[in-house]
Design a binder for this molecule. Structure first.
Ligand code: GTP
Ligand code: MG
Length: 435
């Protein structure tokens, strides 16, 4: 069993004590990892935790890794280690202990007693960020649902207050003041939210059907959080969706029209980013949103080529897609941020994914190619037909003008004579008019 302090001067993410903004909470970050986990993987995971903690409004004053085969069932860290670190925490005057892992309610309670500060695990941290960023009614309802499901098993007995004093990580949330104080009321709030979600799903279902009727093909931007999905949406559609160097800046789905090279329009959507081990409470709560987003003709999977291990992010995204049963939708990989990634990293990714498009939302590199590739992927196959349509079927002629490319049109004694390039799905229904 060994432990290791991660140097404070470690690149970019670890704040030194003097950097800490007044008003921001000071956090001690701890991780328990197996003896054989490579150091690079541990550092990667801690760097991501620090970015998450920063996004949630706290600063990491020190990070400690304890190597042991398994977390302690009672105290997560070994008991001795926990006591030692509690001393360090006092010396550093921390407000918060953050664990890079998932704590059982018992472990969380015990650590809270040992450290005498709030204790937050990775799940609570991610839930907290979602709570901070949720703005729409649906987004807030979904986050509240996830938070309540996370907190329910952590309620102690009857009448335990859910919201503790102070407004730090793990205590916030939409509807926080409304958070109910006992199990029964939490449960009834959960079913109320579930009903609300069902209603919202129905409304959105209707909107989605309307969009489908509009016959515009759809593509959805998916990818790891901070990969540049919103930036690409902006660059491709000239809109100004919020872009931040923070995790989970986007929570609500946005849909924008994009004009494809041949002039056809498609609908491009942007939504919440993924992260490895996205808490299951969140996947559950956001399932309907996520499933809607990925009910599309094409997934445009954006990967940030400038991160340490882009392959791991690609794998995490594909895992999440699998858990929402979207892994069968065609995928187009975009290797983004080529302007800041090293040429070797970009080349390595491009070699491993020969069908991917190399692009930069920042410089515009590769965007034309990306649009053509989206067009190619979403354009349905069509057939050239020659049709004779009786005059009493003017509706059909009008419909063909909407959905098909009319090559020639002439009015003859028996009806309208059309030569048209017709999308495949209409071909069968036109058989009786073929000449
Ligand atoms: N240099 C460079 N920076 C980029 C590029 N694309 C995005 N960024 C930056 O990366 C950060 C994240 O971009 P976003 O577009 O917000 O990423 P996102 O995938 O929408 O992130 P979430 O909504 O948080 O999941 C921002 O600081 C962007 O300015 C790029 O091609 N090159
Ligand atoms: Mg975004």
């Amino acid at each position: 069993m060994s432990s290791r302090h991660v140097g404070r001067d470690r690149q970019r993410l670890t704040a030194t004590v003097t950097d800490v903004d007044v008003g921001r909470q000071k956090a001690l970050l701890v991780a328990v990892v197996g003896d054989r986990v490579p150091t690079a993987d541990v550092d990667d995971s801690l760097a991501e935790m620090e970015l998450l903690i920063d996004t949630a409004g706290s600063d990491v004053v020190d990070a400690v890794v304890q190597r042991r085969p398994h977390p302690d069932p009672a105290t997560y860290l070994g008991k001795g280690k926990a006591a030692e670190l509690a001393g360090l925490g006092k010396a550093l005057d921390i407000d918060l202990l953050v664990v890079d892992g998932e704590l059982s309610p018992v472990q969380q309670r015990n650590l809270q007693q040992i450290f005498e500060v709030d204790v937050v695990d990775r799940v609570a941290l991610i839930l907290d960020i979602f709570a901070l960023h949720a703005t729409s009614r649906a987004g807030r309802a979904q986050v509240e649902l996830a938070l309540l499901r996370y907190r329910l098993p952590r309620l102690r007995g009857r009448g335990t207050e859910l919201s503790r004093l102070g407004g730090g990580i793990g205590t916030r949330g939409p509807g926080e003041t409304k958070l109910e104080t006992d199990r029964r009321r939490v449960l009834s709030r959960i079913s109320q939210l579930e009903r609300e979600m069902e209603d919202l799903v129905t409304v959105r279902e209707t909107q989605r059907k309307a969009r489908k009727r509009a016959e515009a093909p759809t593509a959805a931007l998916v990818g790891y959080t901070n990969a540049g999905k919103s930036s690409l949406l902006n660059a491709l559609t000239g809109s100004d969706v919020l872009v931040e160097d923070r995790l989970f800046s986007t929570l609500d789905a946005t849909v924008r029209r994009v004009t494809l090279p041949a002039g056809r329009e498609a609908l491009l959507s942007d939504t919440v980013g993924f992260v490895r081990d996205l808490p299951h409470q969140l996947v559950e709560a956001f399932r309907s949103t996520l499933e809607e987003t990925v009910d599309t003709n094409l997934l445009v999977h954006v990967v940030d080529a400038s991160v340490d291990q882009p392959e791991r992010q690609i794998a995490a995204v594909r895992d999440t897609l699998q858990s929402i049963e979207a892994h069968e939708v065609p995928e187009l990989l975009v290797i983004n941020k080529s302007d800041i990634a090293t040429p070797e990293a970009t080349r390595r990714l491009a070699n491993m994914h020969p069908d991917a498009v190399v692009a930069s939302a920042e410089t515009g590199e590769g965007l034309d190619e990306l649009l053509s590739r989206i067009e190619e992927a979403v354009t349905p196959a069509s057939s050239d037909l020659e049709l004779l349509i009786p005059f009493d079927r003017g509706d059909l002629v009008a419909h063909l003008h909407d959905v098909a490319e009319i090559v020639s049109e002439s009015h003859e004694a028996e009806g309208t004579h059309l030569k048209a390039r017709v999308p495949e799905r209409y071909v069968a229904g036109l058989a009786e008019f073929a000449v």
